[in-house]
Design a protein around this ligand. Structure first.
Ligand code: NAD
Length: 291
């Protein structure tokens, strides 16, 4: 690995991605808005940048894992202002495809390559280097950029979506499916409560029957134990569903279940679960429907 690597955004999924890159590459330069998230990296020998501009000045390949469009836009504009031609920015943040296209065009004016590569698989998948990678480029371009040896430390399932923003278009569809399913799981759990069916029986039967879905099993332990620690925060679900809703609106695509699911996660936010794990929507629904 010959490129100098920068990594910005050391949150729930960014930190394990950055750690795998650090281990494989030896050196890495990290930056996070709240600096305390850099401390564990410094202890393990990573360099810590004082600003986004410093990352731009010292890195050839820069990975981003930022909460949403506002942060990605701000950080990329700063990187472009301080960067130089032939740099590559790989943005793993979930944002709108339109923002990806705008940032790619602005980067191209400076001879910088910007591409979207949103990920799926959660913090556990990131820690194991087994994320799904939804690449906003064709395979040929991606390979020609020499990125694979780096991204192989992050994920092992590549999906080449051909154009800038293509990664986030499919990512937003995926997250709509996952989080609408989780909202359904919450309403199903509230039905079980009302009908006197225990949570053990609810999970045992539905996970072994046609009601099963991936997020049902993935979140079962958290729901059963009342563990609200975020793998993926409710605030991020609302952000993703709002982005998906905008995509539908822009293309005049009807989508009823997306709006319903969005309102349930908004309800979870009003109950104070914005920073808690997305599965807190299940507790929110069970409490609201409880009798
Ligand atoms: P997070 O909120 O835990 O982490 C975001 C990090 O970015 C924080 O450490 C924050 O301090 C930092 N940050 C915010 N603004 C910044 C700025 N201007 N400059 C530098 N650092 C800044 O979020 P996360 O769960 O790690 O998710 C990051 C991105 O990955 C989001 O777009 C999310 O939708 C996506 N994602 C998350 C998961 C998951 O399971 N957590 C899975 C797939 C995709």
């Amino acid at each position: 690995m010959s490129k100098n690597i920068g990594f910005i955004g050391l949150g729930n999924i960014g930190a394990p991605m950055a750690e795998n890159l650090r281990k494989k590459a030896g050196g890495i330069l990290v930056y996070n808005r709240s600096q305390e998230k850099c401390a564990p990296f410094a202890e393990r020998g990573a360099a810590v940048a004082a600003s986004v501009a410093e990352v731009a000045e010292k890195s050839e390949l820069i990975f981003l894992s930022l909460p949403g469009p506002a942060q990605a836009d701000g950080v990329v504009r700063t990187l472009l202002a301080h960067g130089k031609a032939r740099q590559i920015i790989v943005d793993t943040s979930t944002v709108s495809p339109k923002l990806n296209r705008d940032l790619a065009a602005a980067a191209a004016e400076k001879g910088i390559t910007y591409l979207d590569m949103p990920v799926s698989g959660g913090p556990a998948g990131a820690a194991n280097g087994k994320l799904s990678l939804m690449v906003g480029a064709g395979e040929e371009e991606f390979l020609s950029l020499g990125l694979k040896e780096y991204t192989d430390t992050i994920g092992n399932k590549y999906f080449f979506m051909k154009t800038r923003g293509g990664g986030n278009a499919i990512k937003l569809i995926n997250n709509f499916m996952a989080f609408a399913a989780q909202a359904v799981n919450g309403e199903a759990a509230a039905m079980a409560d009302a009908l006197g069916i225990s949570m053990d029986d609810f999970y045992e039967v539905t996970m072994n029957s046609s009601g099963n879905n991936m997020i049902l099993g993935a979140k079962m332990q958290k729901v059963k134990s009342g563990d609200l620690k975020p793998g993926f925060a409710t605030d991020l679900v609302v952000k993703d569903l709002e982005l998906a809703r905008q995509l539908c609106q822009d293309a005049a695509i009807p989508n009823f279940t997306l709006n319903t699911a969005l309102q349930l996660y908004r309800l979870a936010q009003t109950k104070g679960h914005g920073k808690d794990d997305s599965s807190s929507v299940i507790a929110t629904i069970r409490e609201a429907y409880g009798r």
